[in-house]
Write a protein that binds this ligand. Sequence first.
Ligand code: C2E
Ligand code: MG
Ligand code: MG
Ligand code: MG
Length: 282
Amino acid sequence: RSKRQGRGAITVYSTTIAEDMRRATQLEQTLRNAIINDVIDVHFQPIVRLKDTRLVGFEALARWNDPELGFVSPAVFVPLAEERGFIDTLSEALLRKAAESMLAWPPELFLSFNLSSAQMTDPRTAVNTLAILDSVGVDPYRIELEITETAVMTSPDTARRIIAELRSAGIAIALDDFGTGQSSLGRLRDFIFDKVKIDRAFVSGIDQDRAAAHIVKAVVAMCEGLGLKTVAEGIETPEEGETLRSLGCGMAQGYFFGKPADAAATLAYIKNAGLPRAASWS
Ligand code: C2E
Ligand code: MG
Ligand code: MG
Ligand code: MG
């Protein structure tokens, strides 16, 4: 609506900004209430080992279904909670919920949980995370935390300390959305990660995209040399899965293997996956 209309345009524009700000503040209030009333839910998406598609774990993904607003994406409300300074409250509630759901899972399954950038600038993050796992009674060895490169770059020293503390307690650290954003190769040299999650941007259509296949092949080889596990994100077709497997990628996640589902549906998924079962090595 910001048509050029001479002097008036400025007014129209700033009205829109004011409106946006008002709307964000309303959303913030609604989100704060949703957290207090325990309305934000956690869903779980399966992660499989590619060579035999054996289920190995789940990624926890926040879900908010507001009676008036409908489904609000975590890509909207997580950044909002970060900006407004209450991501730790939200994240701790979600981790507690996710950890409690894990108690009903076979012990060999891990849970992968997303930490936000803001949490990587807060020195209390490691202690708080470990305290939640301890109070729920989940072994830190079953937990993996996903961090993006941006999150490490904001305050590298603090992030490094948090990561070291978490890892020494047995938690694995995954670099999320690898291949997007800033150059990531240097970061891997620091040996602060256990796993790399290859972004969906390289996975979509990889069976028909020679360039993407070459890139992923090189990433997988590099990770292997550095002792890092690899997970491909966003596999939607069997062809993509087979291509990733043939390129040596270790694990995969995507709608083809399962969409994020609530705790009850996840238990059913685990039962159908036949866990625990004898390893069916090929
Ligand atoms: P992410 O951590 O990279 O999570 C993967 C996203 O890809 C999820 O979107 C998932 O639903 C989606 N996805 C998985 N498989 C497929 C597929 O085959 N095709 C397509 N098109 N998409 C697929 P979602 O749940 O909307 O989450 C978006 C982002 O929001 C996440 O990206 C993560 O950065 C953030 N997020 C979600 N839950 C949390 C949370 O509890 N805490 C924090 N800090 N961030 C979260
Ligand atoms: Mg993630
Ligand atoms: Mg990701
Ligand atoms: Mg992503």
